[in-house]
Design a protein. Structure first.
Length: 246
């Protein structure tokens, strides 16, 4: 193998590292997560097997940093009169867990066209402390559960009553101050256990979008103008159970 070919291979490896570097380290992968097994010196031949081994090491590190994804159903939760819905499946959602936090993508249907919707993270950092029947709002008052509720995102349903929501919740303590009235961070310490938290998501209706941006970001935004008894209601929900152990 010529020196020119050696340089091209090294440049290719460098380019690959630069391309994926942001992903590796933004997801809190440490330098020791990626170990290049073979080091090449100028003027010495690069053996194909060793080059391939280096590429394999990069691929493994990138895949590890990408996190663990799980897919589940979106189901109807409450009706506009605030009585429980039948739990019909109306969409799908994916949650990706990394050391840096959790990422949500949800595609849903059967929303009210033109209505404003907010999406809420419900985090049970220590699900082992939940009621044996499963984590729910009844566990909010159990300190050991370390429950948190905070806004994820919001948008207006399209003319077909469909919407796609995307959100990222970083890991780490989140200061909350419900008394300030912002209605975005309701309570709890935030996401403390990205790998092991049980995560629920609620899609909340705020009635026809009036142009009030709080309809897309706060728990009670424009609720007095919505049709349900108290103005807003939790229309759909998602449950991401604990990830499977490797």
């Amino acid at each position: 193998m010529t020196n020119l070919q050696n340089r091209k291979i090294l440049l290719a490896i460098s380019s690959l590292m630069m391309a994926f570097g942001a992903n590796l380290f933004s997801d809190s992968a440490s330098a020791q997560d990626l170990t290049i097994p073979n080091v090449f010196s100028s003027g010495t031949p690069a053996v194909a097997a060793e080059v391939n081994e280096n590429f394999d090491a990069v691929v493994v590190a990138v895949n590890s940093a990408a996190g663990q994804a799980s897919t589940t159903d979106i189901f109807t939760f409450m009706l506009p009169d605030e009585t429980p819905a039948g739990g019909d499946v109306v969409g799908t959602a994916e949650l990706t867990r990394t050391a840096a936090g959790v990422r949500l993508t949800a595609n849903t249907t059967l929303l009210d066209a033109g209505n404003a919707y907010t999406v809420w993270w419900i985090i049970f950092n220590n699900p082992a402390a939940c009621d044996p029947a499963g984590c729910s709002a009844a566990d909010f008052g159990t300190a050991e559960v370390e429950a948190s509720v905070m806004n994820a995102t919001g948008r207006v349903a399209d003319a077909n009553g469909e919407a796609t929501f995307g959100a990222f919740l970083p890991a780490g303590f989140m200061h909350t101050n419900p008394s300030n009235g912002n209605g975005r961070q309701l309570f709890g310490p935030g996401l403390q256990n990205a790998a092991g938290a049980e995560i629920h998501v609620v899609i909340r209706s705020h009635g026809p979008f009036s142009g009030n941006i709080e309809q897309l970001s706060t728990v009670a935004g424009d609720c007095m103008n919505a049709a349900s008894p108290s103005g807003c209601y939790d229309a759909q929900a998602i449950i991401f159970p604990l990830p499977a152990m490797p």
